[in-house]
Design a protein around this ligand. Sequence first.
Ligand SMILES: [Mg+2]
Length: 311
Amino acid sequence: MSSAVLRSAVGARATAATCAVVFDVDGTLLLSNRSLGSYELLPGASELLGMLRERRVPFVLLTNGSAYPPAEQAAKLRAAGLPVEDEQMLTPSSIAADLMRRRGIRRVLVLGLPGVGHALRAAGIETLYTGEPGATEVECVFVGWHPECGMKDIETACHAIWGGARLYVASDVPFFATKQGRTIGYSFAITAAIRRLTRVPMTLTGKPSLQALRFAARRLGVPVAAVAVVGDDPQVEILMARRAGATALAVTTGTTSREEWARQTDLRRPHHVLNDLREVLDWVAEAGAAPRAAASAALSSTKRKPCDVLE
Ligand SMILES: [Mg+2]
């Protein structure tokens, strides 16, 4: 019996079998240097992703960062030394594009850098920006990474919402970990201003929304309960994993120290705090738990095992 299965048997974690991994990026796999625009990989990050790939354990990187289109972000991470393919990089914009397309939204005001709207345009959704004709005549406002956001942007977004547009938000997280320490999440501040003025509800597309984890699980081809989420923030990755019934693994390299993890309760408490990122390997079943040949047969079965591949 492998160590992963053994842990499962003794009830060390929530799910019967974990066979795919969703990684947070900032504070978990790397620390970015905001002033230099560079990345410093955290110990074991590159080795771990390489070993998961070798063992054919599916994984994705799910960031709340929306500044770059997924392929561009993946290329930056590869250049920094992380073995990640374009399709393994998921951003809140990828999730927003999927949700909006399924909900029939075709015209969106984007508060963010051009990269924030890239995935929307790729999905055939028209994107408009503050100052463009018709910018307030949209079905939806999407707030993402927008370091230059000004009052004109907020005013335009409010007029769009008062005209009936819905509010979608990439990230509602106030802080994230960088080389410089705790850094402000711009979309949190922008969204706070817009909601204070309009009092509209919002649809969160990034973590900790269940939309985000479901999207990642679909990309991985496994049920949500078969996913291990690895992250540095109790209110982001751990909360998302716990609410979804996934396995929650915490690191101490980002926003949360070991002492702070020990103080977490209920849905913010991880199943395990990793001493080393490479310990993730102990928590996932070897690939082959879901042989591809068996996948189609599993789909027709009403009793699906956690590691059956959904394709
Ligand atoms: Mg993080």
